[in-house]
Structures are given as structure tokens and as C-alpha cells.
Design a protein around this ligand. Structure first.
Ligand SMILES: [Cu+2]
Length: 413
């Protein structure tokens, strides 16, 4: 893919479909005029023609045009700030800047990219620097999306602090960005979770200081209006506030975050995609995935050793759906429901809820070797991309599981 094919894939929707429809309509008008004129007076012909053209425009403008533009005109919204409709000039600025966006080879954040546990026993001051950056990358093979990111991946970096820490967070907005960005961390006690204090223009940076009062695993996300639109472009991640005594030790920690993408073109359409704000408001994504794109969790052949205790930090950037997180063939020994800490944990859980803008912590011990699939158990969503694989390596345990797996390629569940 280069900018010529990118532009072509967009022109295909905007010009070939849009203006093609106009040409077809004009031809139909001429044809209609000729036919009507044979049987009616000029006055009746013009009236009937005006009715036909009016009907065509009546349906085309509210139905045809919005479906082909990222920021539909005339979209009525009732949020506290502007809706996902942006001025036409933003679309032109996007085209003008198309060559300047960084092309990221792989948008996904490695699920193993989790910082080490915090060993200090006293509170401290933690400095965090994050870069908001708009990039181009593939959501599925050949399908290119203009992602808006924290640090160039989806989800953004896994942040880790300790209860009582003072966090000094600097958000910088890359000069190549077309939009303002900010960060609202659900771990913050204070207005907007820090969103207003970190709202930055392209090329600008702002610093927020906050005290991490409550332990837990929290979502962070961009909260520049339209917030849903910024989140649906990929601007979310997780911050873990470890409790004072730390979390019980485990052998492996993994970072998984579910997300959605609302492309105007049907799933699988190749080339640069236009985002459909109308689909976003309806909550009907074309793609649902873990860690930024379809197939991200499966790419590294993620594997754990038999006997290892595994902890998964599971977040949901949404922007609309609630995830029913499940690991096929495993039972979560422990779940921290809604990723809260200090209250009761759940034991022996099959499927746990991960709310939009929320998280869960799941733990299991890998006992039986083989392939496992993690899913959103609203299972139609796996066909939109919401699945990943995990391999357990070790010796067979016929005392726990004994069966013929030679037909594995035919069975999904
Ligand atoms: Cu943003």
C-alpha cells in the first residue's frame, strides 16, 4: 500500500459511488423526460421530473452521503460536547496529510508487554511520558485504518504504579497529528480524570500530577470530544495501581484489551477505510478484536508452560460493547470482578464481564497442554475478529483430560 492506492480506495467510495450515482440519476432524469414528454404536456413533464429528482435527493443526502463520509453532515447528537461530525476541512486536511502519517507495520501491543511488578514498599513519585500519535496500519490483511494511538500501538502502554504514588504524567501530541488529544485515567481522583488538564494541540505537551489513591486495574483513554470517536480510533489502555502489599505472585502476566472499529465499507474491504460515525452511534462495528487488530494475540504463538500461574489483565476500550471474556478449555481459578481490589474475588469462573471502559483480572493455572482460544463469548463476534490463541506446553495429563485431538482443525469449541 502507498498513498496512491490509499487515495484510490477512498475515491472509490467518494467519487465512484457518490458521483456515479449522480450521473446515473442525471441519465435517468433525461430518460424520464423523453418518455414523459411523449404523453404529457411540458408543464406536467417538468412537474413529474421535479418530483422524481426531489425524491432522489431526499433519499441520497441523508442516506447515501453520510454513509460515504467519516463525519456525516446533519447528524443530530445530544452529548455534552460536539458529536462525531467534524468540519469538512478536516477531511481535506486528512487527504493533504496522507503522506505524512507514519505507517506502522504492526499496530498491536504485545500481550506480554507488561512492566515488572513493583517491589518497593513505600510510596514514590513516578514519571510517565506518553505520545499521542495518529498513524496508518492494517486492522486485517490489506485493510488500512487511520488509528489514533497512545505511543503508536493499540492498546497504549500498560502503566504500572503503586497505591499512594504521585504520578507525574506528561502527554505530548505529535506534530503530525490532525486532532487535539487528551488522557482520562480512571485511576485519577479529580475532574475529568485528567482530561482537561492534558488536552493538547498537535505539537504541544501538558503535565498532570495525580495521587493514585485506590488500588485496582483501570482503563485510560483519550477524552477529547468527540470522546467515543477518539476511543473508536484506538485511544485506550490500562493502568494498574498495585495495592500497598502488592498482588499475589504469579508466573506470567498478560495484557489483553478488546476494541471495536466502525468502517464504512463492509468487513474485509481492502484499502484505506473511512470510519462510519453512524455505525458507531448504532453500536454495530465491522471489526471486534483484541490488541488493536484481527489476529494480534495469535501472531506471536503466545505460549505458557504447564504449571505456570497466569494472570491476565483484561480491558475493554469499547467503545460500545460489553465483553463476555472466556478462555475456551480453562476455568478462571480467580477473578477480580470489574478489576476492583480490596473486595471479594470470585472463584472458579467460566466467563467474566468486562464492561465498556472497564476491566477484569483473571487468573488460571495451565494444567493440560494444548491449544486454547480466548474469546468474547458473544460468539458471533469471533467472526468479526474477537479471538486469540494461547498454547500450553508440557506433558500430557490423561488423569485430567484424555481424548483424541486428531480432529482439532474441525472443532472450534
Ligand atoms: Cu484523542
Amino acid at each position: 500500500m502507498n498513498w496512491i492506492t490509499d487515495v484510490w480506495s477512498l475515491l472509490y467510495y467518494l467519487i465512484v459511488q457518490g458521483f456515479g450515482l449522480v450521473l446515473a440519476g442525471a441519465a435517468a432524469v433525461v430518460f424520464l423526460f423523453i418518455v414523459l414528454r411523449r404523453h404529457h404536456s411540458l408543464k406536467v413533464t417538468l412537474l413529474l421530473g421535479a418530483f422524481f429528482v426531489g425524491s432522489m435527493l431526499f433519499f441520497w443526502f441523508p442516506v447515501g452521503v453520510p454513509q460515504n463520509l467519516q463525519y456525516p453532515f446533519g447528524l443530530t447528537t445530544y452529548g455534552p460536547a460536539e458529536g462525531p461530525a467534524l468540519p469538512l476541512k478536516n477531511i481535506f486536511r486528512f487527504f493533504a496529510n496522507l503522506g505524512n502519517f507514519e505507517r506502522v507495520a504492526d499496530i498491536s501491543r504485545d500481550p506480554q508487554d507488561v512492566p515488572k511488578e513493583i517491589v518497593r514498599n513505600e510510596k514514590g513519585e513516578v514519571e510517565i511520558n506518553i505520545l499521542a500519535k495518529e498513524v496508518l496500519s492494517e486492522i486485517a490483511p490489506g485493510v488500512v485504518v487511520n488509528y489514533w494511538t497512545f505511543d503508536g500501538t493499540v492498546p497504549g502502554p500498560f502503566l504500572r504504579v503503586r497505591e499512594g504514588d504521585t504520578v507525574v504524567l506528561t502527554l505530548r501530541n505529535d506534530p503530525s497529528s490532525l486532532h487535539m488529544h487528551s488522557i482520562d485515567l480512571h485511576a485519577v481522583t479529580g475532574p475529568g480524570g485528567g482530561a482537561v488538564a492534558t488536552d493538547v494541540e498537535p505539537g504541544e505537551e501538558k503535565t498532570l500530577r495525580f495521587k493514585a489513591l485506590n488500588p485496582g486495574l483501570y482503563v485510560y483513554h483519550c477524552a477529547h470530544p468527540n470522546v467515543a470517536n477518539h476511543m473508536a480510533h484506538g485511544m485506550y489502555g490500562l493502568i494498574l495501581v498495585e495495592p500497598k502489599g502488592g498482588l499475589p505472585p504469579v508466573d506470567r502476566e498478560l495484557y489483553v484489551m478488546q476494541g471495536e472499529m466502525y468502517t464504512a465499507a463492509p468487513r474485509g474491504t481492502k484499502g484505506l477505510q473511512v470510519i462510519d460515525a453512524t455505525k458507531m452511534l448504532s453500536g454495530n462495528p465491522e471489526y471486534i478484536f483484541f490488541n488493536g487488530r484481527v489476529g494480534a494475540i495469535s501472531k506471536d504463538e503466545l505460549s505458557v508452560q504447564q504449571g505456570e500461574k497466569v494472570r491476565m489483565y483484561v480491558g475493554n476500550g469499547g467503545v460500545n460493547l460489553i465483553s463476555s471474556f472466556h478462555l475456551i478449555g480453562e476455568i478462571f481459578d480467580t477473578v477480580y470482578p470489574e478489576a476492583q481490589m480490596g473486595g471479594a474475588t470470585f472463584k472458579n469462573v467460566q466467563t467474566t464481564l468486562v464492561p465498556a471502559g472497564g476491566a477484569a483480572i483473571t487468573e488460571f493455572t495451565a494444567d493440560v497442554p494444548g491449544g486454547y482460544v480466548l474469546v468474547d463469548h458473544a460468539l458471533a463476534r469471533i467472526d468479526k475478529g474477537a479471538w486469540g490463541t494461547l498454547k500450553v506446553e508440557g506433558e500430557a495429563r490423561p488423569d485430567l483430560f484424555d481424548g483424541d485431538l486428531s480432529g482439532a482443525e474441525h472443532s472450534g469449541h
